[in-house]
Design a binder for this molecule. Sequence first.
Ligand SMILES: O=C(O)[C@H](CS(=O)(=O)O)OP(=O)(O)O
Length: 236
Amino acid sequence: MNIEVCASPDLSGLFDLEGKVAVVVDILRATSCMTAGIAEGVSAIRPVSDLEVCRGLMSEDYVGAAERNGAKVDGFDIGNSPFSYMDPEMKGAKVAVTTTNGTVAIERSKSAERIIIGSFLNLSSVASYVRKLGLDVVIVCAGWKGRPNLEDTLFAGALAEKLAGNYESSCDSLLMAKVLWEKAKLDLSALVYKSAHVARLKRLNIGKDIELCMEIDRYGVVPEVNAEGEIVKAIF
Ligand SMILES: O=C(O)[C@H](CS(=O)(=O)O)OP(=O)(O)O
């Protein structure tokens, strides 16, 4: 099996996703929110890239989650904090979500055979599920506004390490991710705290969110986009 890394959604046109599994990752914070939400009992999450489409879904029984530039958008129920998704009141709820980078990455992965949601929170479960699917893999990093970022690239390296032995690659982005992960894995937070994304989010006072998003294997679930375009818990 082959594994590649698409370092930003703006590079997705260079990748042929047909017949492959896309593992979409946006560590800070969209795919960490989705993992936490599905693990804690949210029944389905509908990712949309357009703010007004997301607003419209609120009249169809969806909880509306919207974030732009890190902040909750006025008029929506929640923003982009994993703790909002983990609220006991969210059990059984359906969420419609739009974020600056994460939902764009999901949208751009639509031609893949399967789209699964990765984060440090469910790293080992994603690796097990990917191995079980037995398809070629493209790790699609959400990055930041078209640019690659540190934390999503680190996740790519971590997943590649978990899949070693089953997968081969001639992708330099993957090699770069693996080298970076190897250097950072003993103190992941120390490096991520130096990232541009953390610096941008600091003004929002969300240190707790960042800490949670760095936790490895807190959950054993894999959220997956189903035929209706909703993210639900994969059964495997
Ligand atoms: O809310 C977040 O964590 C980020 C904010 S931004 O990238 O700095 O605008 O959004 P996300 O879509 O989860 O990367």
